[in-house]
Write a protein that binds this ligand. Structure first.
Ligand SMILES: Cc1cc2nc3c(=O)[nH]c(=O)nc-3n(C[C@H](O)[C@H](O)[C@H](O)COP(=O)(O)OP(=O)(O)OC[C@H]3O[C@@H](n4cnc5c(N)ncnc54)[C@H](O)[C@@H]3O)c2cc1C
Length: 379
């Protein structure tokens, strides 16, 4: 079976059914986006839709009631779903992407018991996420003999207050250790420092994990697994797919505005429409190819990472171009609430800020210079 011309492990009926559920969920995300942005947290109807569509179960294996989304062979499907949700509400896409990443990590490195326990939690309405970002003090662990006591906080933790089963990283001398923690979500979250321009509804607050005791049963895999390549850097294509969804939506809203205002014959506007469309198309080609390479276990990890890093650079540039063209082409109205363009531009501009973009680009360039990735291999 193929999706967008690419093979998938899902049967045709499963593909259709999963996409239908994702489209239904995205519809609710689109309808609730403005109120979620206003409230700084996801609307209640969105959580209900997540339960009704059972989309959060999709990244688990079919034997656990999922669709294996995120497993090799489903990359094109995951790309389509992230675009759909990203086009509806980028904050929701951020939470969904984090959840998929967490389930993928637990499925890859965890024991079958740990995966089943997480699936049980998600089946009952839970959502996971990956919380890695830290302030200067960081998160550390103190030995209690067989177990460890956590001391410190996580910052920019999406879904803080709602995500009760996050995957957190703790830096140790042997590398990052992943723990799947189970805790009272609302009691430890602080949104006081989450005052961003956009992505407000992702509620990416600070979470104080001090005092939580973790041991072997909470530990997922071994120290160092979290940053194992190509999975760590190669997975960047997923947030790029969410960005693409928002770029496509902005372009569609821009065209709608030009038609409504009768400005769709002006040559300057036509050029901007062409540039936005080309930026979305370029992004789609790169993201789809990055996802395909990520799912191809025969490829050299270093080459997959280099391609992913280049994809980040291309997508960031293309998204910034779309933002500029749409804002110039619409003018002041694009900055007026409650026009959806105003919110989507804020969300996209904020979500584009990802870790170490300069390093991602220079690492990719080094990979080309040392022939890990050849220029001809890009086409
Ligand atoms: C909406 C949203 C939700 C998020 N949710 C989560 C979450 O759930 N979990 C999580 O772990 N994180 C989350 N994050 C945080 C994310 O993982 C990154 O930590 C964050 O986006 C980094 O952005 P930054 O611009 O501060 O990056 P930085 O890496 O600080 O980059 C800023 C600039 O500094 C440059 N730079 C970086 N390092 C150096 C250096 N050593 N020397 C010189 N220049 C340097 C970069 O190239 C760039 O130009 C979220 C972020 C956003 C926007």
């Amino acid at each position: 079976m193929t999706v967008n011309g690419r093979s998938t492990i899902l049967a045709p009926s499963q593909n259709v059914e999963l996409l239908q559920r994702a489209a239904k969920f995205a519809e609710v995300a689109r309808e609730t986006a403005a109120s979620s942005d206003e409230a700084g947290r996801l609307d209640g109807d969105l959580w209900a839709a997540l339960r009704d569509t059972e989309l959060a179960m999709a990244p688990f294996a079919p034997t656990l009631g999922g669709s294996g989304l995120g497993q090799p062979g489903t990359d094109s499907m995951l790309c389509s779903i992230l675009r759909l949700i990203g086009g509806a509400d980028l904050s929701v896409a951020r939470l969904f992407e984090g959840h998929v990443n967490a389930v993928m990590l637990v499925s890859r490195y965890g024991t079958s018991h740990q995966v089943e326990a997480l699936a049980d939690n998600v089946r009952n309405g839970g959502l996971s996420g990956v919380w890695g970002a830290e302030d200067a003090a960081g998160l550390r662990r103190e030995s209690l003999g067989e177990s460890w006591k956590l001391i410190g906080t996580k910052i920019f933790a999406s879904g803080a207050g709602s995500v009760s089963r996050p995957l957190i990283t703790v830096t140790t001398p042997s590398g990052h250790v992943l723990y799947l923690v189970d805790f009272d979500a609302s009691g430890r979250a602080d949104h006081g420092a989450w005052t961003p321009l956009g992505m407000k509804a992702s509620a990416s607050g600070t979470v104080d994990l001090t005092g939580i005791v973790v041991g072997r049963s909470e530990q997922i895999g071994e120290a160092g697994d979290y940053m194992r390549q190509p999975f760590f850097s190669g997975g960047a294509w997923r947030f790029c797919a969410a960005h693409l969804g928002a770029m496509e939506r902005l372009t569609a809203l821009y065209c709608e505005h030009l038609r409504t205002r009768g400005r769709d014959r002006d040559s300057h506007q036509l050029e901007r429409v062409a540039r936005c469309t080309a930026a979305c198309g370029t992004t789609l080609f790169w993201v789809e190819e990055a996802s395909r390479r990520f799912g191809d276990e025969c490829l050299e990890p270093a080459g997959v990472v280099a391609f992913s890093n280049l994809t980040r650079m291309v997508v960031e540039r293309a998204a910034l171009d779309v933002l500029e063209h749409v804002q110039r082409g619409i003018g002041l109205s694009a900055f007026m609430r409650p026009h959806p363009i105003e919110r989507i531009c804020r969300d996209l501009a904020t979500y584009l800020r990802q870790p170490v973009p300069d390093l991602a680009m220079t690492d990719a360039a080094r990979a080309v210079l040392d022939r890990t990735l050849s220029v001809g291999d890009i086409s």
